[in-house]
Design a protein around this ligand. Sequence first.
Ligand SMILES: [Zn+2]
Length: 289
Amino acid sequence: MKARESNLPVDAKRIADTIKGLARITEPDRPYTRRAFTPLFLDGRAFLEQQFKAAGLETRIDAAGNLIGRRKGRRSGLGTIMLGSHSDTVPEGGRFDGIAGVASALEVARSLSDAGVHLDHDLEIVDFLAEEVSIFGVSCIGSRGMVGLLPDGWLSRAQGDLTLRQGIVEVGGDSSRLASQKRSDIRAFLELHIEQGSVLEKEKCDIGVVTAIAGITRIEILVEGQADHAGTTPMGGRRDALVAASRLVVAIEKLAIELSKGEGHFTATVGEFSIEPNAANVVPRGRGF
Ligand SMILES: [Zn+2]
């Protein structure tokens, strides 16, 4: 896409260098893996903090464990413009998911600084803590914590001996001050993110603007049948749960295809499946998905 004249130039190499620098900080056998709450994640954070500082940003970790780099505005009390994303990954998550958003946000701060532009508002570059599903089984911890939307009970979730409450402290946050540090000064927020589908690539579009986000509903279905001997039970006398479940899967896909032709975006996926008793010579008794 052609930059408008009024846009400040950005340095693609600097963005690439930040992305490459983080890509080097990965579990060696599973690139690119840098899970939140691991020593590698903290190494990535240290790299980012140093990059934030080099861009002239004032850095801190907030109560919810987010890394924030701040560029003070000319006028106090106007509030904050926030840009950013996340540096944690899912296992083998790739180099760009989240990272591209942090690196490009950082480049905005750098280019403002290079051009000597001072905004009226404070500008904050953020690396949210644990945007991906973490070892505690929940996601978007830092962003929820920042605005006071961590559900009750999440802080007590534990992985081994470590609770989320302690995990936040270990990354430099302060879970006891979440309520008092709840933000209400953010006037605008922008996250650049890689496409995680295939539409833009197929359409050969450089960039798209998100107008809505997928609302996820997860449903567990249990199909109850009857376990019988596979060799001796006649075909007419069976209650085979797997056969019924298979029809359901096909019907779900058919319905989803129909609904996806309507306005907006619609998908449905059967992503998990288990069979009981899962034996070659037994008619399946039950199947859940
Ligand atoms: Zn992401």
